[in-house]
Design a protein around this ligand. Sequence first.
Ligand SMILES: Cc1cc2nc3c(=O)[nH]c(=O)nc-3n(C[C@H](O)[C@H](O)[C@H](O)COP(=O)(O)OP(=O)(O)OC[C@H]3O[C@@H](n4cnc5c(N)ncnc54)[C@H](O)[C@@H]3O)c2cc1C
Length: 463
Amino acid sequence: MPSDPFDYDLLCIGSGPAGQRGAVQAAKLGKRVALIERRGTLGGACVDTGTIPSKTFREAVLWTRGAHARASAMIPARPTAAELLDRVAMVVARERSVIAGQLSRNHVEVFCGDAAFQDPHTIVVRSREGVRECTAANILIATGTETTATPGVTPDGEVILTSDDVTQMKTLPRTLAVVGAGVVGVEYASMFAALGVEVTVVDRRDRPLEFLDAEIVDELIHQMRKQTVAFRFGEAVERLEVSEGPPRRAVLWLESGKRIVADVALFSVGRQGATARLGLAAAGLAADERGRLTVDAAFRTTVPHIFAAGDVIGYPSLAATSSEQGRLAACHAMGAAATPMAAHFPIGIYSVPEISMVGQNEQQLTAARVPYEVGVARYREIARGQIVGDDSGFFKMLFHRETRRLLGVHIIGTGATELLHIGQAVLGLGGGLDYFLTTVFNYPTLAECYKVAALNAANKLAV
Ligand SMILES: Cc1cc2nc3c(=O)[nH]c(=O)nc-3n(C[C@H](O)[C@H](O)[C@H](O)COP(=O)(O)OP(=O)(O)OC[C@H]3O[C@@H](n4cnc5c(N)ncnc54)[C@H](O)[C@@H]3O)c2cc1C
């Protein structure tokens, strides 16, 4: 369809990583692009409430913990929420201005308001300033996700929180109940535990984070228990209440009849695709029961000129993959050549301790009957591990027994999310054991784990 009858070649809904990258990519192809964002600020959940604030908070937690360990006489054992969250606002503001600059340099028009379909090519944008209509030849839905409703009570941002509220909290609680042991729940549970907060995690499953290598999850649970986190697995929360007080406290009623009382409850049981208010039916689209949209390999929905990318299409729901999906969707929409995203993307979990993985894990390889050997390294045997004071870090690589190709890398410990990229590159290039055996790494670095784990695997394969 010629684009001339329309106001824009591409209209992106949402300014998170997917919408942003999609808009910039189309603009770089010389197209007329606009982006609509319902929040007053740019960056999506990634910059506003998710990735960036939570990782800045984590850094503050680690700094406080480290500083306290080094100079306990000078640093308060229990920082205030304001002290911890000070940098969050600053980093978020910087990120927002980087995004605004990028969009403006690339001549992407930005509209503030709530977007909804009027028909397959027309979007209505409603804001306090009024209502505006825009038409586009192609539309990219990059609306991300929203928190799930809490049973029995509305989050008040003080006693009952969702992950959207954590980095706005006014007071650091002494006790915290986390409902849901997904990535976000586990990350925050471990961060608060590292601050000395007494944390209880409740999850209806028997094990958390099933997509991770089981040994790594066992190590995480062990480390978190050492930080006095109590896990209540196989328990579901029936409803939440806030006690009258003072002080007002969160009361969790479990289906088993148990009751947990905490200063604050963080409800984090997954997120829903943000599609409820998009008027999808007017475009001939429908979302699944969790608000997500289905797309093909080109990120095209069932309506050929409407694309979707990022968390709104579900797994893997990461900032980096959302960004790349948005870029690829824009290329496909504009008819530009696009190489698909590489198969091996990394997963990072910023718990304390940090976890990262790429490729397959032992459960998957066993189920697929792939013959593999494991090579492990422990940070306490690595000079850099001693230097940084991490004696519990654990690193493992999985190699095909016959071809010796690398199949997966799984790390828990300091710097895991950075360290992983060496393994990711080798995996992506089809390399294997011999690369690590013959390569020399800087010393002393955590990268030495690659060498030690490779030698360990080679020794086992030689038997
Ligand atoms: C607490 C937390 C921590 C996280 N940590 C990490 C991490 O460490 N690493 C990582 O890779 N990922 C992390 N994530 C996930 C990451 O934030 C998401 O994968 C990423 O933000 C998804 O990008 P997106 O563009 O799809 O959507 P979002 O970033 O969610 O952006 C969507 C935007 O669309 C807007 N919007 C929605 N509906 C409309 C509408 N109708 N009209 C106009 N605008 C609309 C929303 O306001 C929002 O700004 C975390 C998420 C959370 C919640």
